[in-house]
Structures are given as C-alpha cells and as structure tokens.
Design a protein around this ligand. Structure first.
Ligand code: GLU
Length: 451
C-alpha cells in the first residue's frame, strides 16, 4: 500500500498557520512513509470560492517547500459525486427532507432549551408518499440526508488513540442540497475513496464528521482510510485561529520576513513533545517526524516565538544561502561573506541586515558624547588610527593602544567608539565591522562628520 495523504483546503480565504500546519503534517507524513500528498481544492461552495485564493494556496505550499504531488478540484468530479448519490438512493440509505433552514434552527433551539443535543429528529422519515407529493407540488425541492446506522463508530486515531462516537449524538448528514449540489460530506468521502487516499489528517473540528464519514465509506462499499485529528492551534491570546485569519496568514509571515524553513520547523513541532529548534532542511523534519508525538491539547501559536526561531534559523545560513538577498540590499559581492559573518547573529530577519549595511557603507551621523572620558577616548582613537590594510585583529590592537594612552577601559572605552563609528549603542562585533567600514569613514566619524 502506498501512503497517500491529502490536504483539502476550501479556497474561501487565505491559508493561515493552522491550515499550513495541517498541510505540512500531511506532507511530512507522506514523505516519512515513502508516499505522496494530494492537494484537493474543496471548491464546492461556488459562491465563496475564489480563484485568487486557489492561487494563494499553491503559492504558499510552494513557498513552504511542500508542493503537492497531485492535485484536483472537487468540482471537476461532480459527476462522480452524482453517481454515488444515485447508488445511495438506490440502496435506500438516503431520504428526502423538506425542512427550511429556519425550521431546522428553530427545532435546534428548542432542543437546546430543553437540554437535549441538537440532533436532527428524522421527522422527514415519517413523511408518506402523499405528503412528499404535496410538498413537491407546492414547489419544495428536497435535500437528502444519509441515514446513519444507530451504532457506535470507532477508529484508532493517529493522534488521539481510540475514538468512539455513537451515532445517536450525530445528525444524519445532508449529502445533497435542495439546489441539487453535493455537500462537503458526500464529495469528500467519494473523493477520498476513489482517489486512493489512505490517510486523512485534519483538525479536531472534524472528529464528529469522521464518524459519519466512516459510515458513508462503508455504505459506498469502500474501506475507510486511517484518520488523524490534530489539536487546535490557538493564537497567542488563546482564541481559535479560524476566527482571525488576518495577521496569521502564511502570506503575512512571508511578507514579515519569516523564512519558510523556520515556519516549517515551528509548525512541525508546535504541539508536540519535541523541542522547537532550527533545522538544516525539510529532510531533517521528515527524518524526525512521528505523528504520535502530537498531543491532544491545543497549542498556542505565538508569533514572537516564531521570530525567535527565525533569528536562530537564519544564523545557520552560510553566505551562499543569503548572497542574493544581501546583494539586493546593496552589499558588494566580495563582502557578502565577511558581512554575513559580522551581522547574522544580530538580526531576526535577513532584511534587517540592510540596516547594518547602512552602518558599514554610510552615511552615518556619528553620536559623539561630550563628557571628558569620551572626548579623551575619541582624541586618542583619532591619533592612533592604524594604517590599512585592516583585518579582524585591528580592533583589539587599536583599542589596547587607546586604553594604554587614556587609562580608560571597559564600557568607558568601547561605548564612545561604538557610538561614533556606528551611531548605535549595540550591534555586531566591531572587530568584524571595522575592516568593512575602513579607515576613511572611521576617521571622519571619529571627528563627528557624517560618512
Ligand atoms: N475543506 C475542508 C476544510 O477545509 C476539508 C476538511 C477535510 O480535510 O476533510 O475544513
């Protein structure tokens, strides 16, 4: 059996990190088991589905490095869904219902008020042929429900272990709407059954759907796939992600300068018992992947934690890995390696290197403090500025000399030099920046001139 997972987004919005985690876990599961991942675009809701969202899903998966191995749109298989509907009607598992949405919600409200679960009461099963004929004559079109067997449905969940759901707690699902369109439930089971999906991994909000879907697989004469239900992802404030897509969209993280590998490393381990660490590549995530390590408790997605991981992740990149963006920020080709060596530990996003390139290349408006110590240090620094060429040993030799002349050491020595040379109190090691700043700019800055 070749493992086939699937990621099945509805193109009704941008992918948020919760969706991206589902996609990633499906991709990792497939890769870790020598299988493939299918992308199914669940576009049966024609009113809310949009082409730009479909394009966004593809772009986001590509960016994360987890493109699907095969893909299709659910609407392409409408004839297959219709054929399955005919079969289910023929074998007596479907029944026509005529309630309006308003009637159904009034009934649900009454059930809840009486402290009962809001399960469909199967009133339509009691309709006689004459009742139905009368309703049709009045212009009512039926929707069709799948009659669940009144029994317990159980499965060994890849994440949560054994799950038992009694059909008594479920409404008979609607498979065909009054306008004749198939619902998600019918389309998803027919597609999963007919396209060879072996593992369905999705959010825990689908657990009750799974119980009904397993019965539908069986009614269609198909074996059900394995199921795994991932716990919710919450935002940093503890709210469910689906409620607020905005800033936690994958596209937003990309625009914010997060590296795809950092996002993948974060999402692959969030909610597991494994430490969240930078990784060498997706292969490392595949090699260490074990779906049973995901817990049942909801995990919080805190963007601040992702930024920290991003900072650690980019530190692992060598100069070749950042040459293109750094050259784009103005760093000359021959300085990419020493520049990256100097700044990679001081930034959280690659684009932030641009600020430090400005400090190297200038112009910088030096910060000169007027206290006596600073003035003495800067005077000695100007007097003893070493001749070029400069290398990483220049800084310590030079500052040792300044210390000898002025008797100033530690913070009193380094602070005025850093402020004059970089206009900042903190930053990359000066022994690494200094050779790139060079003697001409250094001399000018020590004298308080923009350079
Ligand atoms: N389109 C459904 C959703 O986004 C797919 C659920 C499933 O994986 O079956 O919730």
């Amino acid at each position: 059996m070749t493992v086939k997972t699937r990621f099945a987004p509805s193109p009704t919005g941008r992918l948020h990190v919760g969706n991206a985690r589902t996609a990633l876990v499906n991709w990792l599961y497939a890769r870790a088991h020598g299988g493939v991942m299918q992308l199914r675009i669940d576009d049966t809701d024609r009113e809310r589905s949009r082409e730009d969202y479909v394009a966004g899903v593809l772009a986001d998966l590509d960016w994360l490095g987890i493109p699907a191995d095969e893909s299709f749109r659910q609407t392409e298989r409408a004839d297959r869904h219709a054929a399955a509907f005919e079969r289910l009607v023929a074998c007596g598992r479907l029944y026509p219902c005529y309630e309006t949405p308003e009637e159904l919600s009034a009934r649900r409200a009454a059930q809840l008020a009486a402290g009962r679960p809001p399960v469909y009461d199967r009133a339509a099963l009691a309709l006689s042929d004459a009742d139905r004929a009368a309703l049709e004559a009045e212009g009512h079109r039926p929707h069709w429900r799948f009659r669940l067997d009144d029994r317990e449905t159980s499965w060994e969940d890849l994440v949560r272990g054994r799950i038992d759901v009694h059909a008594g707690s479920l409404s008979d699902p609607v498979l065909i709407r009054a306008d004749g369109a198939s619902t998600y439930t019918l389309a998803t089971v027919v597609d999963d059954a007919e396209t060879g999906v072996t593992h369905v991994i999705r959010g825990e909000d689908h657990i009750t759907n799974t119980a009904a879907q397993i019965q539908l697989f069986h009614a269609l004469g198909a074996a059900e796939p394995h199921f795994g239900h991932l716990a919710w992802l919450l935002d940093a404030g503890g709210a469910g992600l689906s409620k607020r897509v905005g800033s936690l969209a994958v596209a937003e993280l990309r625009e914010d300068g997060m590296e795809p590998l950092a996002v993948a490393a974060f999402l692959a381990r969030l909610g597991t018992s494994d430490a969240i660490e930078p990784v060498a590549g997706l292969d490392e995530l595949v090699a260490s992947f074990d779906i049973s390590r995901f817990g049942r408790a909801a995990a919080r997605f805190d963007p601040a934690d992702l930024v920290q991981l991003n900072a650690r992740q980019i530190r692992r990149l060598d100069a070749e890995g950042v040459r293109a963006p750094l050259v784009g920020l103005g760093v000359p080709d021959e300085l990419v390696a020493p520049f990256w060596d100097a700044v990679s530990g001081n930034i959280e996003r690659i684009a932030e290197a641009g600020r430090w390139w400005q400090v190297v290349a200038g112009p910088v408006t030096p910060v000169i403090e007027v206290d006596e110590t600073s003035q003495a240090v800067l005077a000695a620094a100007r007097d003893t500025l070493p001749p070029e060429p400069w290398d990483e040993t220049t800084w310590s030799a030079w500052t040792r000399g300044i210390q000898g002349l002025t008797g100033v050491k530690g913070r009193g020595l380094f602070r005025p030099l850093r402020l004059a040379l970089t206009a900042a109190e903190h930053g990359p090691e000066l022994k690494k920046l200094l050779p790139m700043i060079g003697a001409a700019r250094a001399a000018a800055r020590l004298s308080g001139q923009d350079a």
